[in-house]
Design a protein around this ligand. Structure first.
Ligand code: SAM
Length: 261
């Protein structure tokens, strides 16, 4: 409980009860759920989640935190801690090992790798029922941004194409020990069913979205020069003079569907 938080592991431990309660109630774990927590730390969320679900799998990189966590969890429920970097954990295999189709994933994420964690989880979206994450508020704003917004970009498009993004509530720095320098927010992400997923080659889609936002002030015909020409852009029913920030996620899918010459 009194470990010195490690900056290198992005450790900001949540201590304010009302936010802990709000997160657990947003997740609302049921005994049949297989809940996986990323970065349990000192157990602020782990113990109440465990109390609600009866069992929990937690993935923690910092070995120093694990023994104490296990001791405190023993009286509450069945906790399994996987000592690993979450980016190396195969959620699809984990669901299979746990005998379920879908996992419920949650965590107060280490902010230094929050985007890689989001993309890693989304790669395994087929094995995930939902995700509840604490992130920097600025990241949640970008995830949920709509076309035309200043913060609409690559993260918004790539995540909205595969998940429903639902910002839930904000959390101030004082709710953590030590307080981070930024405001935080909790977001719910629900993977879309297979029939609503983009019908485009993922590598091509990634390349088009990346190029379009790499030079977001430029028109698409300029920004996409290396990827497709103005005629190809028009054939997707998109205006080559438009800028990336004006396009909907569906527009990007149509651009990625244009056959490569
Ligand atoms: N859940 C706790 C809470 O809310 O108080 C701790 C949250 S703290 C922001 C992030 C946690 O993620 C820390 O326990 C940290 O050690 C862990 N962590 C950092 N990098 C990680 C990684 N690559 N894989 C798994 N856990 C990681």
């Amino acid at each position: 409980m009194t470990a010195r938080p490690k900056k290198s592991f992005g450790q900001h431990f949540l201590h304010e009860k009302r936010y802990i309660e709000s997160i657990v109630s947003a997740i609302s774990p049921k005994p049949a759920d297989v809940v996986v927590e990323i970065g349990p730390g000192e157990g602020a969320l782990t113990l109440p989640l465990l109390a609600a679900a009866g069992k929990l799998t937690a993935i923690e990189l910092d070995t120093d935190l694990i023994p104490d966590l296990k001791v405190r969890a023993a009286a509450v429920g069945q906790l399994e801690v996987i000592h690993a970097d979450v980016l190396k954990v195969d959620f699809t295999s984990l669901a299979r090992e746990r005998g379920v189709d879908k996992l419920r994933v949650a965590g107060n994420l280490p902010y230094y790798i929050s985007s890689p964690i989001l993309f890693h989880c989304v790669e395994h979206a087929g094995a995930i029922e939902d995700m509840h994450f604490m992130l920097q508020k600025e990241v949640v704003d970008r995830m949920a941004a709509e076309p035309g917004s200043k913060v609409y970009g690559r993260l918004s498009v790539m995540l909205q194409l595969v998940c429903r993004i639902e910002p839930l509530f904000e959390v101030p720095p004082g709710a953590f020990r030590p307080p981070p320098k930024v405001d935080s927010a909790v977001v719910r992400m629900v993977p879309l069913p297979p029939e609503r997923l983009p019908q485009a080659d993922p590598a091509r889609l990634y390349a088009v979205v990346k190029a379009a936002f790499a030079q977001r002030r430029k028109t698409l015909s300029n920004a996409l020069k290396q990827v497709m020409d103005a005629e190809a852009i028009k054939s997707a029913d998109v205006d080559p003079k438009a800028r990336a920030e004006a396009l909907s996620p569906a527009d990007f899918v149509r651009l990625a569907q244009v056959p490569v010459q």
